[in-house]
Design a protein around this ligand. Structure first.
Ligand SMILES: O=C(CO)COP(=O)(O)O
Ligand SMILES: [Zn+2]
Length: 214
């Protein structure tokens, strides 16, 4: 894909997320890898109303070279690109279900989106809960780097999910899948839930094109 096509795709997919309520106000940010660096949504921009020509561009060293000033969460994105070489796109949202789950006191930090349904296993894999940091605090990027590429997605406590994937479309879909499963988990709070068994999870790993490879 050319850079122009990637810019258009980013605008289109961000708008779709916004219109379906996965993002409100100026919450969330999306990046995509290009031949000579990274495109990322500008800071304080609304995902529903991006301008392809004003999307921020960073060079391979993370220097801002074009467009509006980049998202203040750029280090979350760069941490995934650096530790998971197959990463072609990263999506960060404040989507309701995932953010609600990130605020619950007794979530298993090592597996905060347990295998409730097949698609979250196939498209997202095991999600780690990271502690709360002020938005824009680079320490969250250090923690992602510390995972050494073992997870395609993390949940930032009291904040929201960050998902990495091979390309824009599959990463947006994985973020949607994570959100829907988080919503179900919140909906089922306090009820006895039957999770998929270890064998069932194993049979899904690598099935139908997923989960994302590091
Ligand atoms: O989600 C956000 C902060 O966590 C939005 O920040 P930016 O507007 O800087 O991308
Ligand atoms: Zn955020």
């Amino acid at each position: 894909m050319t850079e122009a096509q990637l810019r258009d795709d980013l605008v289109r997919l961000a708008k779709s997320l916004f219109e379906r309520g996965f993002s409100v106000g100026s919450a969330g940010n999306i990046s995509v890898r290009v031949a000579d660096g990274l495109l990322i949504t500008p800071t304080n921009s609304c995902l529903g109303f991006l301008d392809a020509d004003r999307i921020s561009k960073l060079d391979r060293d993370g220097r801002h070279v074009a467009g509006d000033p980049p998202s203040k969460e750029v280090f979350l994105h760069r941490a995934f690109y650096e530790t998971r070489p197959a990463t072609g796109a990263v999506v960060h949202l404040h989507s309701t279900g995932a953010t609600a789950l990130s605020c619950l006191a007794d979530v298993d930090a090592d597996d905060c989106i347990p295998p409730l349904t097949p698609y979250v296993v196939m498209r997202v894999g095991t999600v780690k809960l990271l502690p709360y940091f002020r938005p824009g605090d680079a320490s969250a990027g250090d923690l992602i780097r510390g995972l050494n590429g073992a997870h395609a997605a993390v949940l930032l406590a009291n904040h929201g999910p960050v998902v990495a994937g091979a390309d824009l479309r599959s990463t947006v879909q994985a973020a949607e899948e994570l959100e829907e499963t988080a919503k179900l988990l919140v909906l089922l709070q306090g009820q006895r839930v039957r999770l998929l068994s270890a064998d069932q999870v194993q049979a899904l790993r690598g099935a139908f094109g997923g989960p994302p490879t590091p």
